[in-house]
Design a protein around this ligand. Structure first.
Ligand code: ADP
Ligand code: S3P
Ligand code: MG
Length: 170
């Protein structure tokens, strides 16, 4: 209960903002990507390579749907929004915050984030992935935070402000 779940595109800052947000609020922090790796004893890119994107999503759904924590910031993986069961679970256990980032900024950030593995269909471009996912992030979000033109500290402050305005955390 009372958790804060961060969703958004890979590179949006769920993991890096999440851990600092947890410190500021005195919360615990978990990164569901690391839970997946621990459960599977394989890296994310190895799981995607071995199981394909559909197999990865099934594992991601199972792991996220079984998270039982409280007063915790949960950084999810960008593809969790394909997992409806997991998203319903996370929504029922706290507030879901979408870290919104433009395609332009995303393209620049992902240039430096190679090797982590993204759930991309064969031949799919980043632009088409972005268009496919944005409606899903919006669908599941309780709060949308736009981090355009902000550094990490600036994004953190907007998240804190948005949570405060909504009355989830003073
Ligand atoms: N305003 C910002 N908010 C969040 N991350 C930022 C920002 N500006 C630059 N970054 C960088 O972008 C990257 C985000 O990566 P990460 O936290 O792993 O994202 P995610 O977990 O959403 O994939 C980090 O290298 C971080 O330092
Ligand atoms: O968006 C994606 O397809 C993915 C994002 C990754 O997490 P981050 O969003 O933390 O980079 C990770 O879950 C996996 O490699 C797939
Ligand atoms: Mg992450």
């Amino acid at each position: 209960m009372n958790n804060i779940t961060l969703i958004g595109m890979p590179g949006a800052g769920k993991s890096s903002i999440g851990v600092v947000l947890a410190k500021v609020l005195g919360y615990q922090f978990i990164d569901s990507d690391l839970l997946i790796q621990k459960a599977e004893k394989r890296t994310l890119s190895k799981i995607i390579e071995d199981e394909g994107t559909e197999g990865f999503k099934a594992i991601e759904n199972r792991v996220n749907a079984s998270i039982q924590v409280e007063n915790t910031v949960i950084a999810t993986g960008g593809s969790v929004v394909y997992c409806d069961e997991a998203m319903q679970h996370l929504k029922s256990e706290g507030v879901v915050v979408y870290l919104k980032i433009s395609l332009e900024l995303l393209s620049r950030r992902l240039g430096n984030l190679k090797g982590r593995g993204v759930v991309l269909k064969e031949g799919q471009t980043l632009a088409s992935l972005y268009d496919e996912r944005v409606p899903l992030y919006e669908k599941y979000a309780d709060i949308v935070v736009d981090e355009e033109d902000k550094d990490l500290e600036g994004s953190l402050q907007v998240v804190l402000e948005a949570l405060k305005n909504r009355g989830d955390k003073a």
